[in-house]
Design a protein around this ligand. Structure first.
Ligand SMILES: [Zn+2]
Length: 271
């Protein structure tokens, strides 16, 4: 597989790549807005990301978090163009040290090398428009979204992806994700720019749906737990059997992870 789609939304350019064309979880969209690239795409698609990078000059590469599909080509882009990636502080640390990638993810996205990123400046802009970094951990501990209030756009990294999650990575944390989602919902935007799903109009409504879904799932899971049911039983009752992906990943990406994390949500403290 290669370039799966190239599209424009107003003055935003999107370039979807992926080794497997199996939907939004196995493909990635690199975005270009004005003088800026947002995220770098996976290394095993560099051949197809490179022409997109070279198509027009740019002066800024913003990273949202360290995951290999987002940061993979940051080093190659730096080497090719001299544009040093900018990233949240936590991401800089992770990218400096390098990180482990589970085998199934390596098959989908390739590996990821170390890269020397620089901090995001205090007055971040794209073209001459203000951009506000919004720290939104939960999916990853370093994740940051980029808000463009005047446009009503949120570059949402992996905060959204879908409104009905069924699987969770072992390193994701639903209580933190709910906090971050509530924080994002307080921001001024209407449209989500998602690197997996694409441009999501009425994005705030969709993100609210995801929030409500996770809260309802947590409530149901916790009430089943009170009835004495165990994790695997609750998972089966609420989400059905584990899929092929769960087994292939050694339950690194699984339904039981989602329920386990929902059981940790403090329902008294959420809105
Ligand atoms: Zn991610």
């Amino acid at each position: 597989m290669a370039v799966l789609d190239t599209f424009k939304y107003k003055d935003l350019q999107g370039h979807r790549v992926g080794r497997f064309n199996l939907g939004i979880n196995t493909s990635f969209i690199c975005y270009r807005l004005n003088d800026t690239l947002i995220d770098a795409g996976p290394t095993n698609q560099w051949k197809y990301v490179k022409p997109f990078v070279e198509e027009k000059p740019f002066s800024q590469l913003l990273l949202t978090h360290h995951h290999e599909d987002h940061s993979g080509n940051a080093g190659a882009i730096y080497q090719l163009t001299g544009v040093q990636p900018q990233a949240p502080d936590l991401t800089i640390d992770i990218l400096k040290k390098g990180f482990k990638i589970p085998l199934t993810q390596k098959v989908i996205w390739g590996s990821s090398g170390r890269v020397d990123a620089q901090p995001i400046g205090n007055e971040l802009t794209i073209g001459n428009e203000n951009v506000i970094p919004v720290f939104t951990p939960g999916h990853a501990k370093d994740m940051t979204c980029y808000l463009m209030e005047d446009r009503g756009w949120l570059f949402s990294a992996d905060l959204y992806i879908a409104n009905h999650l069924k699987f969770l990575r072992i390193d994701e944390h639903i209580p933190t994700l709910l906090d971050s989602t509530a924080k994002a919902l307080d921001c001024n935007f209407e449209t989500l720019i998602c690197p997996h799903r694409g441009v999501v109009e009425q994005g705030k409504v969709k993100l609210r749906e995801k929030y409500d879904y996770l809260l309802a799932l947590s409530e149901k899971a916790q009430s089943l737990q009170k009835e004495g049911k165990d994790l695997l039983e609750i998972t089966r009752l609420l989400l059905g059997k584990e899929g092929m992906m769960s087994r292939a990943s050694g339950y690194n990406f699984s339904k039981r992870n989602l329920i386990r994390s929902c059981l940790e949500v403090d329902l008294n403290s959420v809105r």
